[in-house]
Design a protein. Structure first.
Ligand code: SF4
Length: 63
């Protein structure tokens, strides 16, 4: 399971604050693009959801 990323919500003009709070390194940001989630690393803890002020991340479905 992993979080969903709705990239259209990201203004893509800053360093993503959620990357720093992810405990597993599951978020990867190239430049100022909206981050990608490495599904195998994400434990669905929800920290990135709370840190992103634009609501880019949302809980993924349990698989
Ligand atoms: S839910 Fe947790 S583990 Fe998954 S990307 Fe967000 S902060 Fe990282």
């Amino acid at each position: 399971m992993s979080v969903n990323v709705e990239k259209f919500r990201c203004p893509s003009n800053h360093k993503c604050p959620s990357v720093k709070v992810c405990p597993t390194g599951a978020l990867v940001q190239k430049g100022f693009d909206a981050p990608d989630v490495i599904d195998d690393l994400c434990i669905n803890c929800g920290k990135c959801i709370r840190f992103c002020p634009h609501g880019v991340f949302s809980k993924g479905d349990a698989k």
